[in-house]
Design a protein around this ligand. Sequence first.
Ligand SMILES: Nc1nc2c(c(=O)[nH]1)N[C@H]1C(S)=C(S)[C@@H](COP(=O)(O)O)O[C@H]1N2
Ligand SMILES: [Mo]
Length: 245
Amino acid sequence: MKRQLFLASSISAIAGCAGISNKLNDNPTIHKIIGSAQGLDHAVIGTRGRARLYSERDIDRNFRTNGFDTPSDSTYGGLARDGFARYALAVDGEVERPHHFSLAQLRALASLRQITRHDCVEGWSAIGEWNGVPLARFLALVRPTARARYVVFHCFDRAPDGTPYYESLDIVEAAHPQTLLALDLNGKPLDPAHGAPVRLRIPTQLGYKSAKWIKRIQLAARLEGIFGGGGGYWEDNGYEWYAGI
Ligand SMILES: Nc1nc2c(c(=O)[nH]1)N[C@H]1C(S)=C(S)[C@@H](COP(=O)(O)O)O[C@H]1N2
Ligand SMILES: [Mo]
């Protein structure tokens, strides 16, 4: 798949963030710098640290799909066949409380519905109403350790060469109040093509960060040693890790 990187690179050029955010850590000065760089970026597109919220009439009823094919292996297929009744989202790594969450447990935690725009780096956007679990709320439950700096999302799907899709956020972006573990799109449970049963939906970053078909969430101190070490399938293939809009 040939991809255009111009949007991501012009955005990080505006924010001036690529180098800084890769070192994002507990240093408050760095957070301030990133905060002001993002503020500048958001001033350009008209928001203030938050993605813009839209109204019901803006919703695109045909939200297009993109990326790899819906997983067709027996694990995912088996789970999908009985409505994901046996699905369990694993959370492990740098957490005090590793846990498996059933879909029912996730539904009980869902508390945020927001209408936002999804921007794909290939040059299309779509507005949808997403409902799900604020990732900050979820992280508070599993209690990241002091060493945890990244939240890594492992997915069911694979590239044609067999490489699994994955993504990651630093823990600050993960805890942004608009970052969701999404369960519903436009009032209905996610369909398989949009990432059922659970996907990430981060409206402050480009589309490829919003991992679909999540099977496991890993808290990590570093990205080195996780697949290619770039923090995501596309990042391992040259994309920017920081994909703020
Ligand atoms: N697991 C997984 N997540 C993924 C992708 C993918 O191929 N696999 N594609 C990404 C890209 S590039 C985009 S634009 C969005 C598309 O989401 P949609 O199919 O719901 O429109 O999913 C993102 N998340
Ligand atoms: Mo995308």
